[in-house]
Design a protein around this ligand. Structure first.
Ligand code: ZN
Length: 61
């Protein structure tokens, strides 16, 4: 069984304690996108932001 993946909002520079645990990046991205829209008013999740998120998840292993 694969290890869980983790994302912390502060990994991408927000002063925010929100974090997420998931099984895959594909599963996590829409949830992160929703959080970014609702809490950080980031309504259009640009490709560069997606890349930062994916890098952060990979870094956390
Ligand atoms: Zn956040």
């Amino acid at each position: 069984m694969a290890a869980k993946k983790h994302f912390h909002c502060k990994d991408v520079g927000y002063d925010c304690n929100w974090q997420l645990e998931g099984n895959s990046e594909d599963e996590m991205l829409p949830v992160i996108e929703k959080h970014a829209a609702e809490v950080h008013n980031l309504t259009h999740f640009k490709d560069q932001a997606v890349e930062h998120v994916l890098e952060a998840i990979r870094r956390n292993g």
